[in-house]
Ligand binder design. Structure first.
Ligand code: IMP
Length: 408
């Protein structure tokens, strides 16, 4: 039996999807435990691109149960659409490989509207995530159990009335009404009925039977509501603690995998000490195609911040690093890594010689250019945790395994 957890170690968009996908073919269960359709995981399988927002990445694998845990915020309209897209790509989604915890909260059209009119200080994804979690904390939210024999219409009306003043005070109030929003919401929610189950029970029994379980984080450590760069954070726990509260099950995770991008990016507002607003940032953005998978927004880019990453490792107890997008650095003469801050809080950098080579076809660590190995070895040494995987391109095959994640 092995339990794995994969988490973004920075601000999200580290390239978790591919690593989750590689592992999930060996898993009996893959669990999403927090967040909602604000996440976007791009998977490339046999050259075909699929973006998943809510459905766990194990859906691409045969014989894998995919669970949306109680800590998630589920938008039935987007989820129904996503399931349709996945089916069109020839992948099965049914009650035998997909379930949603009855305790997961529903992102309603009211929440999405509130997110839209809330002003742009944080730069949210606009997916209604914050307002949904706010209602959860206020004990006025609606849970998935409501669509299996509950009173969805009554609960939705109460929620609408609670927020009616804010809705009607907005400049675009004429675009929203109970009647306009409820019908589609109810129809889409209805399509999910067969998946609503006691998810904690399933995870627990697979674990007891010795199955392989993977917990798939979304976003990244510094977007955690408690430990992130508050208030510029998302509304859930993106760090390891969220795995327990967001699934309702305690598991001992043998492998706690940090997904670390070889440089740094952030979408939305908030602190980003190594952000590069000059040509370097623009070159990183182009080399890494750094545009949001969910919103299409250009991502802010800069060099890796190892000092900050250390905090992420403290929070999450990582014991394995998957270093992603290393190939994107192949265009630079010099590569920088922040290793400390000066008295005024500005990053202090170490400079590495670039390798100026296309490494996207390299399959063995020892075949990487010496300067590239030096950079990777330094990250490993600084963090005190092995770099087990090095990703050199978006495809599943473009992954160098330094230390296997499983024993055959
Ligand atoms: P929200 O999660 O939509 O409320 O957005 C809150 C903050 O988290 C914003 O800065 C978003 O850009 C950021 N965020 C949310 N989801 C992701 C993600 O999957 N990757 C990167 N940033 C995200």
């Amino acid at each position: 039996m092995s339990n794995y957890i994969i988490l973004g170690a920075q601000w999200g968009d580290e390239g978790k999807g591919k690593i989750v996908d590689m592992l999930s073919s060996r898993m009996d269960v893959v669990v999403r435990f927090h967040g909602g359709a604000n996440a976007g995981h791009t998977l490339v399988v046999n050259g075909d691109k699929t973006v998943l927002h809510l459905v766990p990445s194990g859906i691409m694998s045969k014989n894998c149960m995919n669970v949306i845990g109680n800590g998630c915020a589920v938008d039935p309209c987007l989820l129904a659409e996503e399931i349709e897209t996945i089916r069109k790509a020839g992948v099965e989604v049914n009650a035998g490989n997909f379930m949603i915890s009855r305790n997961a909260h529903i992102v309603t059209p009211v929440h999405k509207f509130l997110d839209r009119i809330s002003g742009g200080m944080i730069g949210t994804t606009g997916r209604g995530i914050g307002p949904c979690y706010a209602d959860k904390a206020a004990r006025t939210g609606i849970r998935m159990e409501e669509i299996t024999g509950g009173n969805l219409e009554g609960r939705y009306r109460e929620l609408f009335e609670k927020h009616e003043y804010a809705i009607n005070s907005s400049a675009i109030a004429n675009e929203f009404s109970f009647e306009l929003s409820f019908k589609k919401f109810e129809r889409d929610a209805g399509t999910l009925r067969e998946y609503v189950k006691d998810a904690a029970e399933t995870i627990y029994s697979v674990s007891r039977a010795g199955g392989n379980i993977l917990f798939e984080g979304a976003q990244g450590a510094f977007l955690d509501i408690d430990s992130g760069t508050y208030p510029f954070v998302t509304s859930s726990n993106t760090t390891i603690g969220g795995a327990y509260t967001g699934s309702g099950v305690y598991l001992d995770f043998g492998k706690r995998i940090a997904i670390v991008k070889a440089y740094a990016t952030r979408v939305g507002n908030g602190p980003f000490p190594t952000e590069s607003n000059d040509e370097t940032g623009a070159r990183l953005r182009e080399a890494g195609h750094e545009y949001g998978a969910t919103t299409g927004r250009p991502r802010r880019c800069g060099w890796i911040d190892l000092k900050m990453l250390k905090l992420s490792f403290i929070m999450n107890g990582f014991n394995y690093i998957a270093l992603t997008k290393v190939d994107c650095l192949g265009i630079f003469d010099k590569i920088l890594a922040a290793v400390d801050y000066d008295g005024e809080g500005f990053p202090r950098y170490l400079e590495f010689e670039g390798w100026k080579t296309d490494i996207s076809g390299v399959t063995k660590f020892k075949e990487l250019p010496a300067n590239c190995r030096k950079y990777i070895d330094f990250i490993e040494e600084y963090m005190g945790v092995p770099v087990g995987l090095v990703s050199v391109g978006p495809d599943r095959n473009q992954t160098i395994v330094k230390e296997p994640l499983w024993k055959d």
